[in-house]
Design a protein around this ligand. Structure first.
Ligand code: NAD
Length: 499
């Protein structure tokens, strides 16, 4: 691993213009300061320097945004009068605008989050595809007719899917734009109105998305954006006029949201943390398994809920796999996301960096070995070397907690039964993976793994058409695909006496 000089390419004029003024809240169709007048700085994690001041929204601002979203959902409003086809066209228009501004959005994401520019561009591409995918669904939200059997009477019974109402969308910082789109787009597709609360660490692309949605023609109040901290998120969750909360974030915050949502029993969907087991059997295609497992562990600076952070390797090939992944880790170039030679950017904050480093240092003090990495890497910003640890006990915090950094632990195993027990011995259940040439074993182990996504001989293969979500403490509900759209609708049953 080598460090690189931190360099930032010239920013696009659109990005410079975006950053040249204080960023405000989107309420209705107006950009307004926080009622308190307060702002906070969003930082460049590659340097630790402030990028721009952003409105510090709080409960008062959430009140205003929810009122705008509620008004936009009233019967007869411009938004409620849109037909499914008009909604589809608005979504297509938004996709075009995202494509047109892809380079600007990517620069903003890399500035705010730190990830390599190519990754940010990939994320923007996913956002555009999400708009197009859900545009197709807008005209296909259908019900069914259901025959009733009541002797001597005739009824016509059918179901309709209706929007839930006002959706509070609360998202984290690891994929700021795509996480916002995961919630805002299906909300709008189904005819809801939304109040989006981006993560305090990465508010910029959510604000730019708000601008693009207004430009696309979504009517006032259909989308509102309140930047702020956890208190703003909490106000949204507690608000009696919010009908559903769609949340992605940590399991700890998810539990607080479930309690706070009890006031009006609003619907809650939760995409939470993970600690994915990645199992390599001795009969696997080892070069593919080694490369795939490094990608599984270190993708997105390790800050990805489905990353394969617990690696289990069958004893016969353990040394070869550990050495192979360590070699890849040592070759990863960390540096500014704007440097084209950078493979891995910084972690999101100084707190995240010291939390990850603290877990690594504690593990090493307890007897673990860092066969790759184990330290910061670059003094400036919030960097962390991709790290492979061996000798970590199954009951250590490193192995139990979601560390959410570029750290993989490798543990040898002997048998299928043993590794299944180890893999499933976690409170999380978001993702898991298996590498083997034995197709029967791949599916047998895949079925036995208690996780919402299972990869067989691959990792991070993905598409916006696929549902995702967690077993156990990794969440409630599923996002994306048709399953994900259902979560943004209420099902109504209509029974009519027809003689
Ligand atoms: P976090 O829970 O600290 O914060 C997420 C969001 O919740 C932020 O916008 C924050 O301001 C807000 N928030 C904080 N306290 C709140 C409260 N009491 N009420 C309402 N909102 C509140 O999570 P994070 O550190 O920003 O993100 C990392 C976490 O997200 C990891 O655990 C990761 O696994 C998870 N994640 C999960 C998925 C998934 O699909 N399952 C995807 C990405 C990230």
């Amino acid at each position: 691993m080598t460090s690189t000089a931190l360099s930032r390419t010239d920013l696009l004029p659109g990005v410079q213009a975006f950053l040249s003024s204080e960023r405000r809240l989107l309420i209705g169709d107006e950009w307004v300061p926080a009622a308190s007048g307060r702002t906070f700085a969003t930082l460049d994690p590659a340097t630790g320097e402030a990028l721009v001041e952003v409105a510090h929204g709080d409960a008062v601002d959430v009140e205003r945004a929810v009122a705008a979203a509620k008004a936009a959902f009233e019967p007869g409003s411009a938004w409620r009068r849109t037909t499914p086809r008009q909604r589809a066209r608005l979504l297509w228009r938004a996709a075009e605008l995202v494509d047109q501004h892809a380079d600007e959005l990517a620069q903003l994401e890399t500035l705010d989050n730190g990830k390599p520019l190519a990754s940010s561009l990939g994320d923007v591409g996913v956002a555009a595809e999400l708009f197009r995918y859900f545009a197709g669904w807008a005209t296909k939200i259908e019900g069914t007719t259901i025959p009733m059997s009541v002797e001597g009477k005739s009824y016509l019974a059918y179901t309709v899917r209706e929007p839930v109402g006002v959706v509070g969308a609360i998202v984290p910082w690891n994929f700021p734009l795509t996480m916002a789109c995961f919630k805002v787009i299906p909300s709008l597709t189904a005819g809801n109105t939304v109040v989006l609360k981006p993560a305090e660490q990465t508010p910029l692309t959510a604000l730019r998305l708000g601008e693009l949605l207004l430009e696309a023609g979504f009517p006032p109040g259909a989308v509102n954006v309140v930047t702020g901290f956890g208190e703003a998120g909490a106000a949204l969750v507690e608000h009696p006029d919010v009908d559903k909360v769609a949340f992605t974030g940590s399991t700890a915050t998810g539990k607080r949201i479930v309690q706070a949502a009890a006031g009006n029993l609003k619907k809650v969907s939760l995409e939470l943390g993970g600690k994915a087991p990645n199992i390599i059997f001795a009969d696997a295609d080892l070069p593919a398994a080694i490369a795939g497992s490094a990608h599984a562990g270190f993708f997105n600076q390790g800050q990805c809920c489905v990353n394969g952070s617990r690696l289990y390797v069958q004893r016969d090939v353990y040394d070869e796999v550990v050495e192979g992944i360590a070699r890849i880790a040592r070759d990863i170039t960390i540096g500014s996301g704007f440097d084209p030679s950078t493979d891995m950017g910084p972690l999101i904050t100084a707190e995240q960096q010291s939390m990850v480093l603290g877990h690594v240092e504690r593990s090493m003090a307890d007897g673990a070995t860092a066969v790759a990495g184990g330290a910061r890497g670059i003094d400036q910003g919030f960097f962390m070397q991709p790290t492979l640890l061996t000798g970590v006990g199954e009951d250590w915090p490193m192995q139990r907690l979601e560390v959410f950094g570029p750290v993989v632990t490798a543990t040898p195993f002997e048998s299928e039964n043993e590794v299944l027990r180890l893999a499933n011995d976690t409170r999380y259940g978001l993702a898991a993976g298996v590498w083997t040439r034995d197709a029967g074993r791949a599916h047998r182990v895949g079925h036995a793994l208690r996780a919402g996504t299972v990869w067989l001989n691959t990792w991070h293969a993905d598409d916006v058409v696929l549902p995702r979500g967690g077993f156990k403490e990794s969440g409630w509900g599923r996002e994306l695909g048709s399953f994900g759209l259902d979560d943004f609708t209420e099902l109504k049953t209509v029974i009519s006496d027809i003689g």
